[in-house]
Design a protein around this ligand. Structure first.
Ligand SMILES: [Zn+2]
Length: 393
C-alpha cells in the first residue's frame, strides 16, 4: 500500500508540474499574440509605406520638399452614444497607428480634415474637455512635427446646430482660426470651415465668407508681386508665398454621387448609387464654384464621406480622404504627400485591416485549444489505466 501511496504522490506532483508548465506556455503564447496584434502589427504594416518621390526632382529647388500626412474623420466617441469598449478599442487602434506612423515616417506636418470628435456638436463643457484631453494624448507628436486640423460637422454641428460658442471652443482647443492661409516651406494651405458655407448670410457664414475673400486677396497679391499695381492694391494685405494653394476642408466640393470612385477603399456599390445632398453630403454647387474661383487651388483634400475617391474639378484633383477609424472602415488609411512649391506627389498608406487582426486572434485561440487538448489527453489516459490496474487489489 505504501508503494501505491508513493506512486500516487509522484503522479500527482508530475501532473501539477505539467499543468504549471502548460499554463505558463499558454500565458506566454497569449501575451505574444496580444503584443503582435495590438502593437507590433502597426509597425510591420506602416514600415512598408514610403514617401513618394517629388515629380519635379530635376528642377533645382532651394528648399527640401514638405512631407505631409493627411487623415480624416477620427470620430473620437463621446459619453452619450459611445460604448466604453468601442471607445477603448478604437482609440487604442488610432493611437498606435498614429504613433507608429509618426515614429517611422517622421512627417513635417499632419493635417486632420475634420470630424475629430463624434459628439462635439452635443457635448457639454466637461465632456468636451475630456474629449480634447484624450485627443491630445492620442495624437501627441514631437516638436519638429506640426499638427493642424480643420473643422467638421461633428465637431461643431451641421449648419443649423452650429453656434459661435462651439466654433470658438474648437478653435481655442486647436489654436487655429478657420479660413486662413498656412504657409510652410513656401507652400500655401488654405484651411476652410466648410460647415459655414451654407450661403444664407448667418453670422458665422458671413465671417467665413469674409475670411475667404481676404485669403483670395492675399493669394492674388502673391501672384502679382512684380505687377506695377501691386504696391497700391496690396498695401494692407498680409504677404504669402507665390505658390498655388492646396485647399483643405471637411465637406467635399459638389459632386452628384460617388459613382465614379474606384479603388479598394471606394464606397460600396450600394453607396455609389446614392445621390448626394447639397450642404449635407457635399458643398452646394454655388459654394464649390465660388471656392474654386476665389482660391484657385492646385489640389483639394477633403473628408466627410469616410471612403476614398478622386474627382476632377476643371482639371483640379480632389482627393476624398477615408476615415482613420476602424469604427467606420475595415481598412483605414492616410495620405502621404511630398509637396514642393510647384508640384505634389501622393501615396496612400493602408493600416492593418480589422479582419486580419480578428483572424490572427481566432487562429491563435484554435491553436491554444488544440495544444491544451494534446497536453491534457495523455494525463486522462494514464489516470484511467492506473485505476483499472489497481482494481483487483
Ligand atoms: Zn462629416
Amino acid at each position: 500500500m505504501a508503494a501505491v501511496k508513493t506512486g500516487l504522490g509522484t503522479e500527482k506532483s508530475s501532473r501539477l508540474n505539467r499543468t504549471s508548465v502548460l499554463l505558463l506556455k499558454c500565458l506566454g503564447f497569449i501575451f505574444a499574440i496580444f503584443f503582435f496584434c495590438e502593437f507590433l502589427v502597426y509597425y510591420l504594416v506602416i514600415i512598408q509605406c514610403h514617401w513618394p518621390n517629388p515629380k519635379t526632382e530635376t528642377i533645382p529647388n532651394p528648399t527640401t520638399p514638405l512631407k505631409a500626412i493627411f487623415l480624416s474623420d477620427t470620430h473620437l466617441l463621446g459619453e452619450i452614444t459611445g460604448h466604453w469598449f468601442d471607445k477603448l478599442r478604437r482609440e487604442w487602434q488610432m493611437e498606435r497607428a498614429y504613433q507608429s506612423a509618426i515614429w517611422l515616417l517622421q512627417p513635417d506636418i499632419v493635417f486632420i480634415l475634420g470630424d475629430i470628435f463624434d459628439e462635439g456638436k452635443w457635448s457639454n463643457s466637461k465632456a468636451w474637455e475630456n474629449d480634447v484631453a484624450r485627443f491630445q494624448a492620442m495624437f501627441r507628436h514631437p516638436p519638429h512635427t506640426e499638427l493642424l486640423v480643420v473643422v467638421g460637422n461633428h465637431d461643431i454641428g451641421f449648419h443649423y446646430e452650429m453656434t459661435v460658442h462651439k466654433l470658438n471652443r474648437f478653435e481655442k482647443a486647436f489654436n487655429l482660426t478657420s479660413g486662413k492661409v498656412v504657409s510652410r516651406k513656401g507652400i500655401n494651405f488654405v484651411l476652410v470651415n466648410s460647415v459655414a458655407l451654407e450661403g444664407d448670410n448667418c453670422k458665422i457664414c458671413r465671417a467665413a465668407e469674409d475670411q475667404i475673400l481676404e485669403v483670395s486677396r492675399q493669394l492674388s497679391c502673391s501672384r502679382m508681386k512684380n505687377h506695377p499695381d501691386s504696391v497700391k492694391k496690396c498695401r494692407n494685405v498680409l504677404p504669402v508665398p507665390p505658390s498655388a494653394p492646396i485647399l483643405l476642408q471637411h465637406y467635399p466640393l459638389y459632386r452628384t454621387s460617388d459613382s465614379e470612385c474606384t479603388g479598394e477603399d471606394a464606397p460600396s456599390p450600394e453607396e455609389k448609387n446614392l445621390l448626394f445632398k447639397e450642404k449635407y453630403d457635399v458643398l452646394s454647387q454655388y459654394a464649390s464654384q465660388k471656392l474654386l474661383r476665389l482660391i484657385q487651388p492646385r489640389l483639394i483634400l477633403s473628408g466627410h464621406t469616410h471612403s476614398a475617391c478622386e474627382v476632377l474639378h476643371d482639371n483640379v484633383p480632389e482627393i476624398s480622404v477615408p476615415s482613420f477609424s476602424w469604427r467606420n472602415r475595415n481598412n483605414p488609411s492616410f495620405i502621404m504627400a511630398t509637396i514642393t512649391t510647384e508640384d505634389f506627389s501622393l501615396e496612400k498608406c493602408f493600416l492593418p485591416t480589422e479582419n486580419t487582426v480578428i483572424r490572427v486572434y481566432c487562429v491563435a485561440a484554435a491553436l491554444l485549444c488544440i495544444c491544451a487538448v494534446i497536453y491534457l489527453l495523455p494525463l486522462d489516459f494514464s489516470k484511467s489505466f492506473y485505476t483499472i490496474k489497481q482494481k483487483p487489489v
